[in-house]
Design a protein around this ligand. Structure first.
Ligand code: ZN
Length: 221
């Protein structure tokens, strides 16, 4: 097995004390000091944060009562062949339909392979706007497009926006009951358009968690 890659791309946004873009109504992450080098010889902090902050992955239990928690999903849903579908030039609130996804997949040249073992990432370029007034005006993956992706047998989806949809969260409700986990607030997807890469997005193993923060990386082949 070869472990050589052309480059490693960091797909996370940092989680910053009291200064992280959060979904409306969600609390800011907090960091307090537990111990300092000066007092005890070692430095250590206590962080308090909501599960759905910064770059994270939603587990089925987020929208499915009794669904799988983030620590219980097989790791194959977090690590897989990655592909980026480029919707970065679309108007705000663009509705990504099944036909749009089919066309985008076929333009990647992977239409025969995308399915089990694959993680499909949507580049809409809204993480770049996460301090702007229109951060929440990102495109939606429609219900039929989400159902189409589920039918392919993929492991996960991701997006560089706070989420793949708006209330009533039809994409979430199509993906999560079918064990397709959702990576949100991804970053730097512009660097992966047209690339072949391994996506590694293993989250923190919060026992019983509805999501887990993660620092995904793309290992570009
Ligand atoms: Zn979430």
């Amino acid at each position: 097995m070869s472990l050589s890659f052309k480059k490693i791309v960091d797909l996370a946004v940092p989680m910053t004390h009291m200064n992280t873009p959060v979904y409306p109504g969600y609390p800011q992450p907090l960091r307090t000091t537990f111990s300092t080098v000066r007092d005890n010889g070692y430095e250590s902090y206590v962080w308090t944060f909501v599960e759905h902050v910064s770059t994270h992955v939603d587990a089925p239990v987020h929208m499915v009562a009794g669904g799988a928690t983030v620590d219980k999903m097989p790791l194959s849903h977090y690590i897989g062949n990655g592909v980026v579908l480029d919707f970065s030039k679309k108007a705000k609130r663009f509705q990504i339909k099944k036909a749009d996804v089919e066309k985008a997949i076929s333009s990647t040249g992977h239409s025969k392979e995308i399915g089990k073992g694959w993680i499909v990432l949507f580049h809409v370029n809204y993480t770049a706007k996460n301090t702007a007034a229109d951060w929440l005006e990102h495109p939606d993956i429609t219900k039929e497009a989400a159902e189409y992706l589920v039918s392919l047998g993929i492991e996960a989806v991701g997006i560089d926006a706070p989420g793949p949809d708006h209330p009533p969260f039809e994409a979430h409700k199509a993906f999560l009951p079918k064990q397709v986990v959702i990576f949100e607030n991804l970053n730097n997807l512009d660097q992966l358009v047209g690339e072949d890469f391994l996506f590694v997005g293993t989250p923190i193993a919060l026992a019983g968690g509805t999501a887990g923060i993660t620092r995904p990386v793309a290992l570009v082949r």
